[in-house]
Write a protein that binds this ligand. Structure first.
Ligand SMILES: [Zn+2]
Length: 232
């Protein structure tokens, strides 16, 4: 069996090591690919950055977790993603995709959604709305239900949030009531297509962002990019 393999995907994570090596994750249609680019290797490829679409050749010894990146070629990049009004949203979707599609099972659909999300954030004037819709769709694509349940009793009749804890009327206590239309907006996120959601943004968006935050926390864990989003 060949120890060399070729893949193509989008860079979803990169970290420079103390010794100068660069560890990268790519999301490919087959799932996540992890590799190290050695600093001292003659074959060290040019720096590869987040959000870039690259074709890579990986060398892997049997039993090794990390492949060695021997070649990387840029296949596509979306330069507008570096703009301050777009970068934080591309970062959020990227961190989410990197966590959600580690295994190959749902990766092909996840990859397609993630690539579309980056193109939307790069091109559309409403990057914040694109990010909100596509973050929900990535969660859905990974198999999670876009549904809130009371954190005390499990009821689906959520009417309030205590911080990031959904509460029904009976368990509400002093928790703040959800804005009118919040539950319907979340249901629309689950039921409507990306195209429908792009054409008619749901309201109230502030509530949708809080729902996204609590679903991400519940299903994925804390995301740095979510904490760094610009306030609005
Ligand atoms: Zn309850």
């Amino acid at each position: 069996m060949s120890r060399y393999s070729n893949s193509s995907g989008i860079v979803t994570w990169r970290q420079r090591q103390v010794n100068g090596d660069l560890i990268v994750h790519l999301l490919t249609p087959e799932g996540q690919l992890r590799a190290v680019a050695r600093r001292r290797s003659r074959a060290t490829p040019p720096p590869i950055d987040l959000f870039q679409h690259v074709a890579v050749q990986i060398y892997r010894r049997p039993g090794e977790e990390l492949g060695l990146l021997v070649q990387a070629q840029l296949e596509g990049a979306l330069p507008t993603l570096a703009e301050p009004g777009r970068y934080p949203y591309a970062h959020l979707l990227t961190e989410l995709a990197d966590r959600l599609f580690v295994q190959g099972e749902r990766a092909e659909a996840g990859y397609t959604l993630y690539a579309a999300a980056l193109r939307g954030i790069a091109a559309r004037p409403d990057a914040r709305w694109v990010a909100l819709v596509m973050a929900f769709k990535l969660l859905q694509g990974a198999g999670f239900l876009l549904q809130l349940r009371c954190s005390c009793c499990g009821s689906k009749e959520v009417v309030a949030l205590a911080g990031l804890e959904p509460r029904c009327a009976a368990c509400r206590g002093g928790a703040g009531l959800l804005a009118e239309g919040s539950r319907e907006a979340l249901q629309a996120m689950a039921a409507k297509t990306v195209r429908q959601l792009m054409e008619a943004p749901s309201q109230p968006q502030a509530a949708l962002w809080r729902f996204l935050e609590l679903l991400v926390l519940r299903e994925v864990g804390p995301l740095r990019s979510l904490q760094l989003l610009p306030a609005q």
